[in-house]
Design a protein around this ligand. Structure first.
Ligand SMILES: Nc1ncnc2c1ncn2[C@@H]1O[C@H](COP(=O)(O)OP(=O)(O)OP(=O)(O)O)[C@@H](O)[C@H]1O
Ligand SMILES: [Mg+2]
Length: 456
């Protein structure tokens, strides 16, 4: 008889015992606790499902004979809704037939009652080796995740694949790049990715937000200053143009830069030299320039707000980022990624999203693009009471949420209106049909065709 020692039971598992008999629950609880596993119990199938909804379990011991939902039904639900959870069925001696059925339905193993604790250990040993298989799987999945990701950019849609190819191509040259795209589309991420893929990758990446700095400050940040160049300049300081020394200079929000600063930078780009504030000695500079803006600079030129010569200097290569609307097929991937990120950060277990909630997110237009989606998922994870995000978890979107769930096509409008009337009328077909101005048979047909369901 093999009895596993506590130490050999690593890794620790999260288990649940589902049995209507208190004595079985207690004795199994006692047995597994000895090995330091995290363990929970449920007296019914319904209670087990409730607990599964709260957090993931690796393994369930389920009694077949229970009042209400029996073990087989619970097994089926678990296999469908939580396929990663393993189930061991417990059944009375003499009902080997139901054990066989359970195995066919996806149980990992079965135990015949009455059983000795040692038998549990044997089952555990087997389950642990399966556990290793699942953790290997997650490991592989994790690696795949790395592969499907380009630097820290998430997306596999055709516009993103095109973007990755473009990044690789432009990273090799030294020409100035202008990254354009709506707010929150990942301009800064892309600037970093270009730097990381470029021959300058080992040199500094220096980012300056031109929108955030008043002119005088921006000048001293960029060019540096000599001691005593202005009141308060007690020490000489190198500017970013010097600090970057061979790396990449990222000028974010370049559309907000002043006319004077445009002239100053134009000179630097042409001469590859600069003067720090208060100095007459030219300093050679070497950097690759990447700029970003969400403004339409061509329009700004027409309106006299942006210098055309400066624009041509920074816009040698254009990298335009797609909005999230144009790559909606990436939304599930991004939601998954942000769920994992914020679950990890908040140490909550939110690892699933209901399909209607996901389609809600997919149907929304996301004016704030990935940043908005990221914030929305973060908030939902923080507030969620279960491990599965549902439509209700996005109700804080307020009016946007209403827009989100608003029907778009005529068919959807029709369906949601009929559903509403049915609900108001407590699903009384005759009364609802009257209100809708159609006959009962048509209403029945419609309900069937559109798969409308009376809430349980
Ligand atoms: N493809 C993506 N994959 C993962 N995260 C992304 C992606 N695109 C954007 N993000 C995230 O969204 C947020 C906004 O991205 P970023 O700051 O690069 O946007 P931006 O285009 O510079 O926006 P703005 O014009 O408002 O400055 C960041 O937290 C970033 O990590
Ligand atoms: Mg930005």
């Amino acid at each position: 008889m093999i009895i596993l020692k506590g130490e050999s039971m690593e890794p620790k598992l999260r288990l649940m015992i589902v049995d209507d008999e208190l004595i079985v629950r207690e004795s199994l609880l006692y047995w597994f606790r000895k090995y330091g596993h995290e363990i929970d119990t449920a007296a019914s199938g319904a209670e087990a499902l409730e607990k599964l909804e709260q957090k993931p379990f690796q393994l369930l011991f389920v009694d077949i004979k229970m009042p209400g939902m029996d073990g087989l039904e619970l097994l089926e639900r678990v296999k469908k809704e939580y396929p990663e959870t393993l189930v061991v069925i417990i059944t009375a001696h003499g009902s080997i037939e139901s054990a066989a059925r359970a195995m066919r339905a996806g149980a990992s193993d079965y135990l015949l009652k009455p059983f000795k604790p040692e038998q549990l250990s044997l089952v555990m040993e087997k389950i642990l080796s399966q556990q290793k298989i699942t953790s290997d799987y997650h490991y592989v999945k994790g690696c795949l995740d790395q592969i499907t990701r380009f630097e820290n950019i998430i997306g596999q849609s055709p516009p993103m694949e095109k973007l990755y190819a473009l990044i690789l191509e432009v990273a090799q040259s030294d020409a100035s790049i202008l990254i354009t795209g709506e707010t929150g589309t990942g301009k800064e991420l892309v600037a970093k990715a270009i730097h990381a893929k470029s021959p300058r990758a080992q040199l500094p990446f220096v980012a300056i937000n031109c929108g955030a700095l008043p002119d005088a400050l921006m000048e001293s940040e960029l060019f540096g200053h000599r001691k005593g160049a202005f009141t308060g300049a007690e020490q000489s300081r190198k500017g970013f143009l010097e600090v970057v020394s061979g790396g990449t200079l990222f000028l974010d929000e370049i559309g907000d830069i002043s006319a004077k600063m445009q002239v100053d930078l134009l000179r630097v780009l042409d001469d590859k030299t600069m003067f720090s504030v208060g100095s007459k000695t030219p300093v050679e500079v070497d950097f690759r320039l990447i700029s970003a803006t969400r403004k339409d600079l061509e329009k700004c030129i027409q309106e006299g707000e942006f210098r055309e010569d400066f624009f041509y200097r920074i816009n040698v290569i254009r990298v335009h980022l797609p909005s999230l609307r144009e790559r909606k097929s990436d939304i599930p991937l991004l939601v998954d990624h942000f769920m994992a990120k914020y679950s990890h950060e908040t140490t909550k277990h939110v690892d699933r999203i209901k399909s209607d909630a996901l389609s809600l997110l997919t149907s929304y237009d996301w004016p704030g693009n990935v940043r908005e989606l990221k914030n929305v998922v973060e908030r939902a994870v923080v507030l969620s009471k279960s491990r599965t995000l549902a439509v209700e978890d996005f109700s804080f979107l307020g009016p946007a949420h209403a827009a989100l769930s608003a029907p778009r096509t005529l068919k959807e409008l029709q369906e949601s209106h009929i559903q509403k009337v049915l609900e108001e009328q407590d699903w009384q077909i005759t009364r609802s049909a009257e209100i809708l101005g159609i006959n009962r048979v048509s209403l029945h047909k419609f309900i069937k065709r559109s798969n409308l369901k009376k809430p349980a």
